[in-house]
Design a protein around this ligand. Structure first.
Ligand code: GAL
Length: 424
């Protein structure tokens, strides 16, 4: 082989080697702790699993059953105590700050700058993902908790319109009950009751009352006549609760509305993931409407993956691949279409999303403009885990046990104060 040819072969081999080296993926394992087990939730998380596998890494599932991540949070505490935290976990709002404050979370500055996350996220969401200005988590979506899911055939059967305030709701509910249909599907779990409660509080007291009570934890507001009225309104809804199906899971209640076994469910738009899975069409089979009395306000819930500090290059590379996948257009679109939420990235078009998602996005943008974007307390956006773990059980216990409204308000105020001063 003449030396010129040999020289060319050497150059080609070098280029091939450099190329191979640059595209070489140090295959790593990324363990993800999450609680997404309902049909719609599982369909959505499977999209991410597939993307991680496609990028040459291994997804290790650590699933903790139980809606809203209540059990997952204590399992995470347990894992950390055992000095064996997962690579990533679904966390929200204040919990992210808590783990970052304890110095457990990885600094994502390099990738967030390279991929310009600040330009793609609303400030309220970017700030939620940061601790002391450094990204430590990636947002997957924007859920809204103040939604009402309506079975359309039942509503049509009694000739009713979608109620827009609680007085209208009670009138429609009486008609539906008289016609022999169960009215409100709701699992008997504190976080589900708390999800309804935060919307009723917003409808009865307004956004300032909501923020004073659930973010500032102002005792005079928590003990106010307005809070008594919130519990009174909750009590007027109780006679309309549909009998239990035997399962208290939130998605069992959604299935009651899907199957025409109940007319309404008050739940965040993760419920829509179940309607999608059942091939139900908004406007034809069901109606997504803002919870009565809360039109114009948006109670937001942002799911995110908090990234724990790791050792080992391949593990870190797999974790960064996960973070990059989560912030990718492909994932933000596919995941949110399945999950029922809207993308956290506001630079993406919602073409191909249904009318509920279009409404959610418009309402999110409008609410961001006019100060009506409110962090969900029931889902850990508004306050600490310690307060949340006092708030939901207090609301549920008082409501389910028929405690007098003023007593219920007093107990809630006491529970929140205990959570505020409870040691970290
Ligand atoms: C919420 C969470 C949602 C949804 C729901 C039910 O707290 O943000 O993603 O999964 O719980 O489990």
């Amino acid at each position: 082989m003449n030396c010129q040819l040999a020289h060319q072969v050497r150059i080609i081999l070098k280029i091939a080697f450099i190329f191979a080296a640059s595209s070489f993926v140090r295959a790593g394992e990324v363990e993800v702790l999450h609680y997404w087990t309902s049909g719609g939730e599982a369909a959505a998380i499977n999209i991410l699993k597939q993307m991680v596998q496609d990028s040459g890494h291994t997804w290790k599932d650590f699933v903790v059953t139980g809606g809203s991540g209540v059990q997952a949070r204590s399992e995470l505490n347990h894992r950390v105590l055992l000095r064996n935290p997962p690579a990533a976990t679904v966390l929200k709002g204040e919990s992210i700050k808590r783990w970052a404050r304890f110095n457990y979370l990885a600094n994502l500055d390099e990738i967030s700058k390279r991929e310009d996350w600040d330009a793609k996220l609303p400030k309220v969401i970017a700030d939620d993902m940061k601790f002391e200005g450094h990204y430590v988590a990636t947002p997957v979506n924007v859920h809204r908790s103040n939604w009402m899911w309506v079975n359309k055939p039942i509503l049509d059967a009694v000739g009713a319109k979608v109620p827009t305030n609680w007085a209208e709701f009670e009138a429609v509910a009486k008609k539906i009950q008289k016609a022999g249909y169960p009215v409100i599907a709701a699992g008997n779990e504190p976080w589900q009751d708390a999800t309804l409660f935060e919307s009723v509080a917003l409808a009865v007291g307004g956004s300032e009352f909501y923020l004073d009570a659930f973010v500032k934890h102002d005792t005079s507001v928590l003990r106010s006549k307005t809070m008594d009225k919130v519990f009174e309104q909750m009590d007027r809804l109780k006679p309309f609760l549909a009998p239990s199906t035997g399962s208290e899971a939130w998605d069992a209640a959604t299935k009651q509305v899907i199957n025409g076994e109940a007319a309404f469910q008050f739940m965040g738009d993760w419920a829509k993931g179940e309607f999608i899975l059942a091939n139900k069409q908004p406007g034809r089979d069901y109606i997504c409407a803002t919870t009565p009395g809360t039109e114009g306000s948006f109670i937001y819930v942002v799911d995110s993956f908090a990234m724990f500090k790791l050792e080992g290059e391949s593990k870190i590379e797999a974790q960064l691949a996960l973070a990059s996948d989560v912030m990718s257009e492909r994932f933000q679109i596919a995941f949110n279409k399945a999950k029922g939420s809207i993308p956290a990235r506001i630079d993406l078009s919602l073409n191909g999303f249904d009318q509920c998602a279009q409404k959610s996005k418009k309402d999110f943008m409008d609410a961001s403009q006019n100060g009506m974007l409110l962090p969900s307390i029931a889902h850990g956006m508004a306050t600490t885990e310690q307060v949340l773990d006092q708030f939901s059980p207090s609301v549920a216990k008082s409501w389910r046990n028929g405690v007098e409204p003023d007593q219920a308000a007093a107990q809630l105020s006491k529970a929140i104060r205990y959570g505020v001063y409870y040691l970290q």
